[in-house]
Design a protein around this ligand. Structure first.
Ligand code: SAM
Length: 527
């Protein structure tokens, strides 16, 4: 009897009620994976080049602590063949192309992210430049994996700029390749704040369903609502420019307008909803921070009081329940800037910070007996003037670094977190004037909707980078539930037995018996 095709085999498996098997390419620490896991999919493996991120994925999804385990091993997508990966992960019992039902892929976006403006200028002068950027071409690895492993569903995520690389829409190129391989493709932009994530993070999502499913992909409606600030709307318009000009009126267009609100909808989850129960950093805690790599050695207790519904979800996420303490509430040591943070108002950026620093310097100059004229080259106090000033005023030009800093507003979702958090975290200054600091690793994780029981391998910078790179799990979860409905699988929602609503609404804080008293232990750094 001829052997059944891999696609027919997968349809049989689904009819038998088995969970969809997911391979996460460019998995990072696993934000994308976590959303699908929560919706009842089975994460069977990942591909990731960064050793700490791949170890984080292995620990959280397979309970693996051995860095040499095949699940924890770092691999380069350009070097490893799909069949090889599946074999190494021990998934080839029925043949490599029968192992996986769903491929997730969020390739790195450095080559087309908005942060790379200099690079984009270069691209504008030479429209093909990004094609020569090796990271920009990583999507071709995705297509190679899809051709070889024949999943039923592909979900791709990236920055909105991928829609407009000097007029080139990279997602259309991916769609064309996937269609040639037998998939029906649709894409749109979604904002995480509209899916219960306390962060306004705009990303492109492409859904591709194998044509044998007979379904045209669509995208989930928002569960939460906030009107996005102008900057986000402008960025969306700029990214979509070429797509709307060339595709939207074509009946075959793969672009779908972003789903709008309909029916009952909750207000977006705010930064305050997300962070309020996390331990307060006192001045003495900040002073106890030593220079050097920051590791997660200190257990801190939650603040007293009833956690919001969102915080409760983060504490009790099935399979990732936190305990009574958190270990990764570590922050950067920035003694020069704490007084500036304290005086900044919500939403203020670097030019304001620089102005405040100048005020602080004027006050300090007086106390030190220095004068503005001491900055003159001829002044005998010049050296002292410059060295004292450097202790108060940051050196960056306020005209050039406008959005380098930003103080968060408690009453709205945070602005986009990026991998740059691994280098500095000035884009997310805590809204609390008394704490006057940048956000901690656990706070960044909360703002991405990672549950408190999700562990990050590596010290502070590595963890920040993994978090900033991730697809917010709650947004991924909305997509996962929606896809399950469209392809006709009954998702075994992990939240259902616990009666946990997808809602992360703050309005009716769920009661929580794990609330314990706040403490103020010092925070050590392992140098
Ligand atoms: C945007 S992040 C993906 C985040 C992930 N989707 C999540 O939700 O956590 C891109 C990841 O691709 C990884 N990467 C970059 N180049 C790679 C390559 N050649 N092979 C495998 N992984 C790579 C990076 O280390 C990074 O973790």
């Amino acid at each position: 009897m001829p052997r059944q095709s891999p696609i027919a085999f997968k349809h049989d498996r689904l009819r038998a009620g088995e969970p969809l098997r997911v391979l996460d390419l460019f998995s990072g620490c696993g934000g994308f994976s976590l959303g699908f896991d929560s919706a009842g999919y089975r994460i069977v493996g990942s591909l990731e080049k960064d050793p700490r991120a791949s170890q984080t994925h292995a620990y959280n999804f397979f309970g693996i602590t051995d860095p040499d385990d095949p699940h924890a091993a770092a691999r380069d997508a350009k070097k490893v063949r799909p069949g090889e990966l599946v074999r190494e992960l021990g998934l080839d019992k029925d043949g490599a192309n029968r192992a996986v039902d769903v491929i997730l892929a969020g390739p790195p976006c450095q080559s087309y992210a908005r942060v790379g403006r200099a690079k984009l200028r270069e691209i504008a002068n030479n429209p093909d430049a990004f094609l020569h950027d090796r990271r920009g071409r990583l999507y071709t690895e995705l297509v190679r994996y899809v051709r070889a492993l024949k999943p039923l569903v592909v979900v791709f995520e990236n920055v909105p700029d991928v829609l407009n690389q000097a007029g080139v829409n990279v997602v259309e190129d991916i769609c064309a390749d996937l269609e040639a391989a037998g998939y029906v493709c649709r894409y749109t932009t979604l904002n995480a704040a509209h899916y219960g994530v306390p962060q306004m993070r705009e990303r492109v999502f492409l859904l591709a369903y194998h044509e044998s499913l007979g379904v045209e992909p669509s995208f989930p409606s928002p569960t939460h609502w906030i009107e996005l600030p102008e900057g986000y709307q402008d960025a969306r318009r700029a990214a979509l420019g070429p797509t709307l000009r060339t595709g939207s009126t074509d009946s075959n267009a793969r672009y779908m307008p972003t789903p709008g609100p309909s029916g009952e909808i909750l207000p977006a989850v705010t930064a305050w909803d997300a962070l309020r129960d996390l331990p307060v950093y006192t001045l003495s805690m900040k002073e106890a921070i030593r220079p050097g790599p920051r590791r997660f050695t200190q257990n801190l207790r939650y603040n007293q009081g009833r956690p919001t519904r969102f915080a409760s979800l983060m504490r009790h996420w099935p399979g990732f329940e936190g305990d009574r303490t958190i270990r990764d509430h570590v922050i950067r040591r920035l003694p020069r800037d704490y007084p500036i943070f304290a005086r900044m108002k919500p939403g203020e950026q670097y030019p304001h910070a620089h102005r405040i620093a100048t005020e602080l310097w004027n006050e300090k100059m007086e106390a030190l007996g220095l004068k503005a004229s001491d900055s003159d080259a001829s002044s005998p106090n010049r050296e002292r003037y410059e060295s004292e000033k450097a202790k108060v005023v940051p050196p960056y030009d306020p005209e050039k670094f406008v959005d380098k800093w930003r103080k968060m507003a408690a009453g709205e979702p945070a602005r986009t977190l990026t991998a740059h958090l691994g280098k500095d975290s000035y884009t997310h200054i805590h809204y609390d004037d008394d704490q006057a600091r940048t956000i901690s690793v656990r706070e960044a994780a909360r703002l991405q909707s990672f549950p408190d029981g999700f562990r990050f391998v590596g010290a502070m910078n590595a963890a920040f980078r993994q978090i900033g790179n991730a697809v917010p799990p709650l947004l991924a979860r909305s997509l996962a539930l929606h896809v399950a409905g469209e392809v006709g699988v009954t998702a075994r929602d992990r939240f259902a037995p616990a009666g946990m609503a997808l809602s992360a609404h703050s309005g009716d804080g769920a009661s929580d018996d794990h609330v314990v008293a706040a403490s103020t232990p010092s925070v050590e750094a392992d140098a």
